[in-house]
Write a protein of this length. Structure first.
Length: 203
């Protein structure tokens, strides 16, 4: 193998607490991928939506306060090199962030720094975007840092707000764009290939 040849694959762990649609989109996108493999999906909620989905990746449960060290040890043992937060609702332990500098990513369904930070989750985000009369909302994929929603931004894509939008319809349209963007941005980050074109993001 020539020097500098790409490694066989980068192992990615996914963290999910919600309905698991982003985690499923990522797992599906990387199935059979040449350079990225899914080590597994870790969830802190016994009733998490991801458990009801048909996913070709192992799903692991954990308790955030209790299993912080165990999960990190598991990731090390499995050779995990990057982590994607996909609707993970708990604060990420500092030890995890420090173990994956620039290699732990999150997705947020708004154009950060707008509508981010504490209390900005789920429909609260879309309600706030509608109330402030934004012409566009969208999504942000960023590196995870110690502060909520404040790490370096990797990618943003705009989704127009429509006159008849409710928080629910805006959320659904942005979620569709998330499923398109997140795996492609992770691929670009992990394989050092160009970022997807934000204009190609489904609206
Ligand atoms: C997504 O909107 C994501 O941006 C946010 O939480 C939601 C998770 O949705 N962080 P799902 O669980 O992936 O369906």
């Amino acid at each position: 193998m020539p020097l500098n040849a790409p490694k066989a694959s980068t192992s990615l762990a996914i963290l999910a607490s919600g309905t698991g649609s982003n985690a499923a989109a990522i797992a599906e996108y990387f199935q059979g991928h040449n350079f990225v493999s899914i080590a597994g999906i870790w969830t802190n909620r016994p009733e998490a939506g991801i458990k009801k989905r048909e996913i070709n990746a192992p799903i692991h449960g954990f308790l955030p306060e209790k299993d912080e060290t165990r999960v990190l040890a598991e990731w090390k043992k499995l050779g995990v090199e990057a982590v994607a937060l996909a609707g993970y609702l708990k604060k990420v332990p500092l030890a995890w962030i420090e173990a994956f500098p620039g290699r732990m990513f999150n997705i947020h369904p708004a154009l950060l720094p707008k509508f981010g930070g504490k209390g900005m989750y789920g429909l609260h985000i879309h309600r706030a975007a509608l109330t402030s009369g934004e012409a566009f909302s969208g999504l942000t994929i960023h590196e995870v840092s110690k502060e909520y929603d404040e790490g370096t931004i990797s990618f943003q894509c705009r989704v127009p707000v429509e006159e008849r939008d409710t928080p629910e319809t805006l959320q659904a349209r942005i979620l569709k764009a998330e499923h398109w963007a997140y795996p492609r941005v992770l691929e670009a980050q992990l394989c050092q290939t160009p970022m997807p074109n934000p204009l190609s993001c489904p609206k």
